[in-house]
Design a protein around this ligand. Sequence first.
Ligand code: SIN
Length: 299
Amino acid sequence: MTVIDSKTQGLRAGAVEERRTSYDSFAVSTLTPHLGAEIEGLDLSQPLSSEQQHDIRQVFTDWGVLVFRNQVLDREAHKRFGRYFGTLHVHPMNYARDTDPEVLIVKTTANSPYTAGDAWHSDVTCEAIPPLGSALYITETPECGGGDTLYADMCLAYELLSPAMQSFLEGLSAVHDGAIPYVDNYNSTPPEGGYPRNEHPVITVHPESGRKVLNVNSGFTSHIRGLRKWESRSLLDSLYDFVATTPKLHCRVQWEPNTLTLWDNRWTQHHAVWDYYPHSRYGERVSIIGTERPAGVLA
Ligand code: SIN
């Protein structure tokens, strides 16, 4: 029997295929060879030219997690940046908020019962069309350090699976349920009709790069359709363990005040690390509505 070990198969399977590192409008320094880039030379408090917007969309497709340092942004500038990628999303926990419902407050203090996003997840995958990306602007970081965000490359996660597991997962779909984080973990009162709950393929195809993506996450996925309950639970837990314990999938953003990070929610997951209690961290997030339902391989 041949056992394919993702540790030895390594990045060859992850094919760091020709990926651009040079753009006309700004300088880029990559965080890892496959995921994440810091962008230098743009002031996001000012509107971007059409050439800059074009290059930003390209670098977003190429690198998935974009970090912009030393940005002084008001809410309008933050939202304008999000709108370069599409229409802004209203988070289901913000439905009842009457001022700036497009802005999600990400605030943790010594009195917080939880910190948002403290588990591997993609944002709001319970929606029929989940956000294509989110832009988090952090203005207050914990005074003793910490509060980083980890990101995982879910295309590479797919590519490191054995061919047998890849083809098994390609035929499956899973349920993503907003009640898991928002009610079970955050104890929030659901809107009328409840939080969204939708089914998505377990392996999706990224609409711009065409790469395949492992699309289940511990934040929202309740079960895989068509499997016994125990089969679904153990398969999901194995996949989550794989993502959490495979450092080559990850990049890490260490925040400084006035850092904006944009991530592609369709091929990355993230985990906000709450290692700074009793200190505080503050930021605001906008997300961008996706353009289509996540497509499976067989679509
Ligand atoms: C989130 O959007 O899940 C929160 C990320 C973070 O606070 O770093």
